[in-house]
Design a protein around this ligand. Structure first.
Ligand code: TEU
Length: 558
């Protein structure tokens, strides 16, 4: 029933995964081609970022037809074939539901903007200007600037939390909600097993549209998520679609704290199975009202350990965590927080160890399993609209960041770091395409690619393969009680997972220097079994006295 609690799920960003036609753009036939590879990794489910018809203003997160696969990715028949072939290999298919907003090219919006009395008018959120003609309030767009766009035809503003080409859908309208449920039923009837739900925390808006009390012209804050009817809508979706189809669900819980996460994932509330939360990904941010995610501070391991421990403890018993460091919006963790030069292999596998040892469902993002790294491009070579809008706003218009500081932030955590083409081999364009890739390939593809990794038994790939197998075969990974140890140590990441008289001990030196002397790792007299480690000669738990740079291991003791 709850297959997702024993699963490791792999996220595919189809546009960058594998191009089967030579047009420089990944597609579904490319995913089908690589199912054997994904099966060999051992993953249980595939989450595909959106592949529906879209003008691609936000790389598919702006959908113009929810029932049609975008021709760039292939056809509906290709999708049905992918579902069938994935199922034949025991893998589930999870699609990306983008229901907070649609594309402005969706027929619903094309109708809605025609007139105030159009039947589709209330599929979106339209408001009059204030007396002086200014927008209804000072809500900001997450992609810079304001969240209201003026429409000359009907002389009203419409709301868009993201691009003006991504008008927010009006979930207050039961007809709109039924449209969403119906498109979900369409794909579930085709065999889709579940949904990742894009910014699902944002779908309910306070209908008084309260302005933020701020000196800033535009603000993104608490009004952008956890609105008054959010859980009512999710429970209705559960009754209408999720329960009847027994769908697996993982919501993107933007703005979620522990209390809202519990509301989303308490099984007794019949809402969602899991949500992605963001607090742990903010341990290198000094977010300010003006800079948002582009306000940086050095990575803080103590803060990361404390945040992960908080969620492990809070979402225990009835609740369930997602576990991730990477996705299509986050940079490559080995570059962002590890050491992608001298200790590339060691730090990539150290971060994998400390993540996959936790309680919850791990998500592996395409390329993470081979240690793909961040890129450093000139601004014009980036594709991401979030980067370009922020550059225009923060560097060019408001001069709040120097070009150098902004580019440093982009190279550390810009979304395109995750979106460079998947590196399959050392041939042209890393084997991703025979054409010109839509985004430049990372220059280290000859060193870092699937073909090399699969051939090298000591590679990051084989380490992930072993970690995933451990999660499938060792009950303690699923059920062991979490306890953080050495919590204040700025270099050592250690914790235990306990069930009865058995215990996993996870240890990692998250620094580039030897760590010694080691604190006592286990009070047990019996020597533990070394389940996995990222050095070939990691000693047994009762004799280990030093952890080498980024040395990580999982022991089982009883
Ligand atoms: O992202 C939601 C979101 O909150 C973004 O601000 C994201 O966290 C940010 O870009 C990180 O830098 C979702 C999708 O994951 C993202 O790819 C889309 O661009 C966005 O929604 C709009 O659909």
């Amino acid at each position: 029933m709850e297959w997702w609690k024993d699963a490791v799920i792999y996220q595919i960003y189809p546009r960058s995964f594998k191009d089967s036609t030579g047009n420089g753009f990944g597609d579904l036939r490319g995913v089908i081609e690589k199912l054997d590879y994904l099966e060999s990794l051992g993953v249980d489910g595939l989450w595909l970022s959106p592949i529906f018809e879209s003008p691609q203003k936000d790389n598919g997160y702006d959908i113009s037809d929810y029932r049609k696969i975008d021709p760039r990715f292939g056809t509906n028949e290709d999708m049905y074939e992918l579902i069938e072939k994935a199922h034949a290999k025991g893998m589930k298919i999870i699609m990306d539901l983008v229901a907070n907003h649609s594309s402005d090219q969706h027929r619903w919006f094309q109708e809605s903007k025609k007139s105030k009395d159009n039947p589709y008018r209330d599929y979106y959120i339209w408001k009059d200007a204030q007396a002086d003609g200014s927008p209804p309030n000072n809500w900001g767009s997450i992609f810079s600037g304001g969240a209201w766009e003026w429409d000359e035809t009907t002389e009203q503003y419409y709301l868009h939390y993201f691009l003006k080409e991504q008008p927010d859908l009006n979930w207050e309208n039961p007809k709109l909600r039924e449209e969403i449920y119906d498109l979900m039923r369409f794909w579930m009837a085709k065999g889709v097993d579940g949904w990742r739900m894009d910014v699902i925390g944002a779908i309910s808006k306070d209908q008084s549209f309260p302005a933020y009390d701020s000196d800033e012209q535009y603000v993104v804050g608490e009004n952008h998520s956890n609105g008054p009817r959010l859980h009512e809508f999710i429970q209705e979706m559960n009754r209408e679609v999720l329960a009847p189809f027994n769908a697996m669900t993982v919501g993107e819980g933007n703005g979620s704290d522990i209390e809202s996460a519990k509301l989303f994932t308490d099984p007794e509330r019949n809402e969602l199975n899991m949500i992605f939360t963001f607090t742990h990904m903010g341990v290198d941010e000094r977010p300010t009202a003006q800079l948002g995610k582009w306000g940086m501070k050095p990575f803080d391991l103590v803060e990361l350990k404390a945040d992960l421990a908080l969620w492990q403890t809070a979402l225990n018993e009835r609740f369930w965590n997602t576990l991730y460091f990477e996705n299509h919006d986050q940079a490559r963790v080995v570059s962002r927080w590890g050491n992608d030069t001298t200790y590339h292999h060691q730090s990539a596998t150290a971060f994998a160890t400390v993540l996959h040892g936790l309680k919850g469902t791990p998500f592996v993002y395409q390329g993470e399993e081979i240690g793909m790294v961040n890129s450093s491009f000139p601004i014009e070579d980036y594709d991401d609209v979030e980067i370009h809008n922020a550059y225009k706003d923060l560097v060019q218009e408001r001069q709040l960041l120097s070009e150098a500081d902004f580019m440093a932030a982009v190279e550390t955590k810009g979304r395109d770091n995750a979106r460079t083409p998947m590196q399959w081999d050392a041939t042209a364009n890393a084997g991703f395409t025979t054409g010109t890739p839509w985004l430049k390939v990372n220059p280290r593809f000859e060193e870092i690619n699937v073909e090399k990794a699969v051939a090298d038994k000591g590679s990051i790939f084989h380490y992930y393969q072993k970690l995933i197998a451990l999660r499938h075969n060792e009950e303690l990974f699923r059920t062991g009680e979490f306890e953080l140890t050495n919590s204040e140590d700025p270099r050592l990441f250690t914790y235990t997972r306990t069930l009865g008289d058995e215990q996993l001990i996870i240890v990692a030196n998250m620094s580039a220097e030897n760590y010694q002397p080691l604190p006592l790792l286990s009070t047990e007299k019996a020597t533990g079994e070394l389940l996995i480690s990222n050095y070939a000669d990691t000693p047994a738990i009762d004799v280990i006295s030093v952890l080498r740079p980024y040395e990580a291991a999982i022991y089982k003791v009883k």
